[in-house]
Design a protein around this ligand. Structure first.
Ligand code: NAD
Length: 410
């Protein structure tokens, strides 16, 4: 970031979340704020008063932090979701998820306002290693809640058990305690796609339930007397059209030479947990036509990746925390009741980590403290801030984000 960032003392503000429905998450819990100060005595933290945050204002006061209505004295504003244009403070540095890096039309005005207000923006999504791998995010919590929600749908639909909604539970431990009370159907086969934070979060739930992991060969060919899951990555569910050898980096770069090889899994799977990252132009895992096939066996999907009208054809919409389940009728290609006969039961909540605000905030704070805060006090020696910064104090886009020029000038 600009020169000022490397000053010896930096004041951070934990800002209030202003999106609706309210997001209860925060970058740093009161305890994590104390840890920041312990590790970096030149850091100062102030807190903007909030009535929605999972940790009450009083908890920050008790931990020794000032809670204020006006935090404009801070150098760096730390938030989670988009800051409404009216609440932006000019000439500050901000961290939040802006949802602009894929040129999302609904946030174009926000990025324009950020530039006009000469704000230096770092989007949490842009905080990456040199290799491009993301350093921080809520993916693990999306995986945990998404996999749980799928089991909750199964229990309700087939009258097997009743799991409470995650948002009614205190934390991850309480969620796991609920899972300890259920028994899964003996022959259920579960497929999990992905290799990142989401997929590993979902895997934690499967492992907590003691679901056995099966290799691809065994999963595809055998019947089991106990619940099993199989975890697959891009080259397992895609193959080269010319029959040649597949290559992951080649696939990431240009997937046009590949086609889906997902149906072999769809034929034997009951519950599909989608936790993959879908790159533009990649083959769809399954299409609406595939879902009509007699041997398409999947009847429950927790689509955590949640690309609407995309690679998971039955994801015809994102669902909400309030109303998380719906049915997809493969025959009519339309929405139906989540428990309608012949329907694929769908769970497509797109803000899953919000259901677990305490754990999600604590986990996020750990990553932010380890990977971002040091950069303010070590002259950004790992280049984290330099790579991540999207806009400058002169009101321009940085080089890495110059591809957004057209988007912001329209
Ligand atoms: N529903 C929700 O609430 C929610 C919350 C968080 C994330 N998500 C979504 O879940 C998906 C996975 O997120 P994550 O946190 O696990 O991501 P991640 O960055 O941790 O992992 C992504 C994985 O995809 C791989 N990858 C990179 N480029 C790829 C490409 N072009 N094609 C295929 N794979 C590629 C990476 O090697 C990595 O293993 C994303 O689409 C994300 O938007 C949903």
């Amino acid at each position: 970031m600009g020169q000022k960032v490397y000053q010896m003392s930096v004041t951070f503000a934990i800002i209030k979340e202003r999106k609706n429905p309210p997001d209860r998450r925060v970058v740093f819990s009161p305890e994590k704020c104390q840890e920041v100060i312990r590790q970096f005595p030149d850091a100062k933290i102030i807190v903007e008063a909030s009535d929605v945050r999972i940790f009450p204002d009083d908890a920050y006061r008790k931990a020794g932090f000032e809670v204020k209505e006006d935090v404009s004295e801070a150098d760096v504003m730390l938030g989670v979701k988009e800051v409404p244009i009216a609440a932006l403070i000019p000439n500050k540095k901000y961290f939040f998820f802006s949802h602009t890096i894929k040129k999302q039309p609904y946030n174009k005005k926000l990025l324009q306002a950020i530039l006009a207000n000469k704000i230096e923006l770092v989007d949490h999504e842009t905080i990456v290693k040199k290799s491009g791998a993301r350093l921080i995010g809520f993916g693990r919590y999306a995986g945990l809640v998404g996999a749980y929600n799928g089991f909750r749908a199964l229990g309700l639909r087939d009258s097997l058990f009743e799991l409470p909604k995650v948002e009614t539970l205190a934390d991850l431990d309480a969620m796991k305690a609920e899972l300890d009370k259920i028994t899964l159907p003996k022959h259920i086969k579960i497929l999990l796609t992905g290799a990142g934070k989401v997929a590993h979060g979902a895997k934690e739930i499967l492992e907590h339930l003691k679901v056995k992991k099966a290799s691809i060969t065994r999963y595809l060919s055998q019947k089991f007397d106990e619940p099993v899951y199989c975890m697959i990555d891009v080259l397992d569910y895609n193959k080269r059209k010319d029959g040649g050898e597949s290559n992951k980096l080649e696939f990431y770069k240009d997937p046009s030479g590949y086609e889906s090889d997902f149906m072999r899994f769809a034929k034997v799977t009951d519950y599909f947990i989608a936790g993959h990252y879908y790159g533009t132009g990649a083959p769809y895992l399954f299409t609406r036509k595939d879902a009509k096939q007699k041997d398409f066996n999947i009847n429950l999907v927790a689509d955590i990746s949640c690309d609407v009208d995309g690679p998971v054809a039955s994801t015809i919409k994102a669902s909400t925390i309030a109303d998380p389940f719906f049915g997809y009728d493969p025959k009519t290609e339309k929405e139906t009741a989540f428990d309608a006969p012949g329907a694929i039961t769908m769970m497509t909540v797109d803000n899953l980590p919000c259901e677990l605000p305490k754990d999600a905030s604590e986990g996020f704070g750990d990553m932010f403290l380890a990977n971002v805060i040091p950069a303010f006090f070590n002259k950004d020696k790992a280049g984290v801030l330099a790579r991540a910064q999207m806009t400058t104090k002169e009101g321009t886009l940085t080089k890495r984000f110059s591809y957004l020029e057209e988007y912001v000038s329209e």
